[in-house]
Structures are given as structure tokens and as C-alpha cells.
Design a protein around this ligand. Sequence first.
Ligand SMILES: [Fe+2]
Length: 462
Amino acid sequence: MPSEVITMNRPVQFSPLAGARTTVEGSLAYMSGFGNSFETEALPNALPVGRNSPQKCNYGLYAEQLSGSPFTAPRSTNERSWLYRIQPGVKHQARYRKVSGGLIRTAPNREESTLPIGQMRWMPVPIPGEKLTFLTGLRTMTTAGDAEGQAGMAAHIALVTASMTDEYFFNADGELMIVAQQGRLRFATEFGVIEIEPGEICVIPRGIIFRCELVDGPARAYVCENYGGAFTLPERGPIGANCLANARDFLTPAASYEDKPGKALLHVKWCGEMFATELEASPLDVVAWHGNYYPYKYDLRRFSPVGAISYDHPDPSIFTVLTSPSGEVGTANIDFVIFPERWMVAENTFRPPWYHRNIMSEFMGLIYGVYDAKPEGFVPGGASLHNMMLPHGPDTPAFEQASNEPMLPKKLTGTMAFMWETRLPQRLTKFASKDAPIDQSYLGCWSGLKRRFDPSTPEPQW
Ligand SMILES: [Fe+2]
């Protein structure tokens, strides 16, 4: 599958605020930090100095603000950026028409969805031979909450066999977290270009226009659509200032732009429906920008896990990379949690995740390797769903092994699983319940757990 090579005008000058580091990966330039106020320009002096909206902008650019939060949001959650572009956004649209959203679904999806009473697992959704762009290749698996109420999420699988060509997209319903699982993906956005490979994620906030391209062949990704509060770093409490996801490892693209007249199509997901409008030029025409509302990427392999160094298996919340707050303290709209490479050293401890039931609903994926609680059946590219209050935990082989293995330090290597955990129950789409490859044998993974109760002695007899 040939990948289209995009040509964007590379930045010739950066002017990040003090403290920001610029880094170059291949031909792409990024600025480091999470939640920083960045400023970047692809032409010298394209950014106004000392004001946002001068009477006339340099180079004949238009100034435009993109607000990611209400104007009056508290400073800690106030997000907006100023864009200096060839044409203002109003010129990058005509009349919208409703179009098919394919297999994309939005909460509440009550007419179609079923709320499964039972634990679910899927094998990887195969990547077909047909032409699928990031947009036409999106298959919604679960939805939770209500997009118009700005609460909840959707979990999608993206199957990509073709780059978007003269096609663009923005999502008004939520921000997108793309978790690359197979193949690299390049996102050309209004703010610059981001490329990710398996092990990396990209977050594209609500409303930002982008085009997705293949880099080196067909790709599969997990995609979370977050209807709620923007993903942010979790509080670290007693852990202190360091470890988990460190702010400096988040990368935001330097400004780059396309000055590309010609027919193009802009797709918009808005209140659960898909619309399209014709364009006369590429909307990726932002020559300079500053602010704190922008897309970013993160390499999950840079996560510094903190865990048990004495006994017991801590709650998985210690592996939270990003969290979408719900407004209720400690009750996430979504927690994005990973299970990366790490040492297991706890003594006299059942080391894998324990059996449990949870008020939160857990959608899991496996990017690569083996997940320690499910050494069999949960394969890279697959997924599982453990909905509100439904019991789950290690399968029989994991229980047997972890109950009998010597308590020596052990490293889990070459593995990266993740979870989107939401306070809201997740409904299955028709695709997930009928067309996706359901693992019908999933419940059998616990059938070998034996009854071992013996009231005559407290000493384990096995
Ligand atoms: Fe769980």
C-alpha cells in the first residue's frame, strides 16, 4: 500500500516560550511539555507580538481563536489557541450536507445497542483489503453516556488501508485519543504534523481539523472519543512530583502549513451525525499559532510505573496516564491506564490483578505482547469489556501460575496493554455484538478455577 507523502511548509523558526524544548523526529518538529502555552511560527514574524489580534496581521494572515473551554473556565482548565491562517475558518466551509457516518456510532445509541450482561472479549477485527480511510475505517465498539450532554465516551477500532486525500475531518462531539496498534499513522493537523507508531498515542482535541495518512502500510488503532472533560494528567498525591507520565515527554507539533488551493472535502461529526462540506483549499493553512489548546503525542514506553515493592497488588489507578475528569472528584469520565513493561517483586502476594467487581466499566486493548492476567486468548489487536459490577479477573492459567510460582523478582517484558475505564456503563454497538469477531469461549477462561475450600484446616492444601 503506497503511502501518500504530504508536503507541508516546514517551520523555519520556533519561538517556544521559556522552558519548552524542541525535538525533531525525522522531518517532524515537536515542542515538549503538557499543558504548556506554546507559540510557534512557520514563517518569521508571523506571530503578532504583545497582542492577539492586531489591526492587520503580518503576511496578510487572518487571526482566529479556537476555544476548547468556555471563556470563563477556571485558569487550570481554560484552553484556547490563537491561529494565524491564510483564510479564516468561515472560508473553509460551504453549506453542510448530511452524509453517512458508516459504522461510527454515538452515545446514547439506544435504538441499536445492547447493554451486555456478561463479560465480553473480541479477537482483532481483521484489516480488510478494501480501501478504508481513517474515517471510513472507524468501527464503533461501545458507547457510554451522552455526547450532547458532554459526558461519556465511545471506543472505536480504526482499520486504515488508505490515506485521506484532499479530505479532512473534525469532531465536534469529542476529543480523539488514537492508540496505534499496528502500523504508523500520520496526522496532518491545523497545528502541525504528528506521527505515531505502535506504543505511542496521539490526542486531537475537539474541533481541530486533520487528515490521517498511512506511513508504511495498513494500520489498526484503538480510538477513544471523549465526550467529557479534556484529558489531563492525573494528580500524583503522595507519589510526588515525578514518575508516571512526565509532562516533558508529551510532544506538540511545531506550526507547518499547506498553501494548497483546490477542491477538497471536510467531514464534520456533530451531535452524532456526519456532515460534509466542499472546500476550495486545504484548511491546514495555519502559518503560526500560540496557546494551550492543541494536539499532542506521547510515547507510552516513557511512562515510569510506580508499583508494589513489598507486598500486594495496588489498584490499577497507579498506572493512569491521562484522565478525563467528570466534575466529581476522583470519579473519572475516563481514565486511560496502561500496563507496560515492569518488574514484579511483591512477596507473599498474588501478583496479577485480583478478582474484582467495579462500578467503573473497563474497555481493554492489547497493543503488543502478553497481558499477565490473560496469558491465553487476549491477543494484540483484540479487546475486552468488563461492564459495571460484572466480575472478572485472571484466567485459570494465570491463577495457577501466580499461585504457585516462586516469589522471585520477575520482569514482564515486551508488553503493553491499556484500559479506558469510565464511570458510565458501555453499550455495545450492533457491529460489536454481531459483526466483530467475538470470542465466544471467553467465559470458559475461568471454568477451570477449582473449588478449594476446606473448613477443616486454614492451611492451603494445594
Ligand atoms: Fe477490572
